[in-house]
Design a protein around this ligand. Structure first.
Ligand SMILES: *Cc1c(COP(=O)(O)O)cnc(C)c1O
Length: 358
């Protein structure tokens, strides 16, 4: 089989054991003689997977009492509207650190006043704004912990005087998180915790039921809490693969170990970017650099070589390193399941290219 070093931004590389378990479960799920996508979602075999997956989230993220873990459809983008629908009475505050953060704020405007506390938009989101203040009269403060498109990341859980809401789509389960600092955390599974098709919401029960507007059944988080994420038929296969992905995270030692691996992999790649004469990073303040999406470009005098390097890298098995269409250059997404060997292969590729062309 062809070997691919997969740096896709999402969907992306998944742990091999999770992929293998998925293949087996399509043939025969839990000894039922049926595939996992053929059994009833009301069966005890499936209920076990739901219960275990919730339990794995609670264990790995050390989720305190009072929180619910939900598995919904619609992707993280649908949460951009669920959040204000359920939480915004008059005003919400947003930190604009990237394209996804901006899209989240746009949806909130349908429900009330939105204050952008700070934005790095003018410099294509190449830093995390500092020194802003959260307005205490807002209903919640929304952050996007990892800026998938441009490669910045908020790596610490901040103190917030009002309900803190976070889109963690692209750095979910990449480090231990102090969940108690958040009222609500959400994310699409397809970057670190599974395939596309399931969206995870972690919500503290006491923040719900406070808006004045009537809530349609399907967008009311309380519906999904009450029905154990089975108000409608859940996306069974994505949840199954997520279950296996979390088992893999646990088997390697949990989130402290995963975080160490992510620091090691991203340091390796940033070190190469900083020392290689042909490349440079786009996020100058090292503290802001994402461990998940490593963005870089060619040094100015080699600008015309970008397409050539992409071809060179492709021939060596690199997949998905072309930068986002709005920035050009390169982006290597090195999520949890991206092996260190793939990062090393990319580094080798950059070194070889520089030897020939610098
Ligand atoms: C990918 C991504 C999204 C969009 O997720 P969908 O599930 O495709 O809607 C939202 N926010 C962030 C930070 C992302 O990386």
């Amino acid at each position: 089989m062809k070997i691919a070093h997969n740096f896709n931004a999402g969907p992306c590389v998944l742990p091999k054991p999770a992929m293998q378990a998925g293949i087996e479960a399509l043939k025969d799920f839990a000894g039922t003689g049926m595939g996992v996508i053929e059994v009833s979602h009301r069966s005890k075999e499936w209920q076990n997977i739901m219960d275990e997956t919730v339990a794995l989230w609670k264990e790995l993220y050390n989720i305190p009492e009072g929180y619910h873990v939900l598995f919904l459809g619609g992707g993280a983008s649908t949460q951009f509207l669920y959040v204000p629908f359920n939480l915004l009475n008059k005003k919400a505050a947003y930190l604009e650190t990237g394209g996804w953060a901006s899209k989240a704020a746009k949806e909130a405007k349908y429900f009330g006043e939105v204050e952008i506390v700070a934005s790095s938009k003018e410099t294509t989101y190449n830093y995390i704004p500092k020194g802003w203040k959260v307005p205490t009269d807002a209903d919640y403060f929304h952050i996007t912990t990892n800026n998938t498109l441009y490669g910045t990341e908020i790596k610490e859980d901040m103190d917030c005087p009002i309900t803190l809401v976070a889109d963690m789509s692209s750095d979910f389960m990449s480090r231990p998180v102090d969940v108690s600092k958040y009222g609500l955390i959400y994310g699409g599974a397809q970057k670190n915790v599974g395939p596309a098709g399931v969206t995870v919401v972690i919500v503290r029960e006491d923040i719900l039921g406070k808006v004045e507007r009537p809530l349609p059944t399907m967008v009311d988080y309380r519906t999904h809490i009450k029905d154990g994420s089975m108000f409608n038929t859940p996306p069974v296969f994505p949840i199954f693969i997520m279950h296996e992905t979390l088992k893999w995270i646990k088997s390697v030692g949990g989130l402290k170990v995963i975080e160490k691996m992510n620091i090691e992999k991203s340091d390796m790649l940033y070190n190469e970017i900083d020392s290689n004469p042909m490349f440079k990073g786009t996020i100058i303040d090292k503290a802001d650099r994402s461990r998940m999406n490593v963005c870089f470009v060619m040094e100015d005098k080699y600008k015309d070589k970008e397409a050539d390097f992409l071809e060179f890298a492709k021939a060596a098995g690199m997949v998905g390193i072309k930068g986002h269409r709005s920035t050009g250059g390169f982006r290597a997404s090195i999520y949890n399941a991206c092996p260190k060997e793939s990062v090393q292969a990319l580094i080798n590729c950059m070194q070889e290219y520089a030897k020939k062309n610098a």
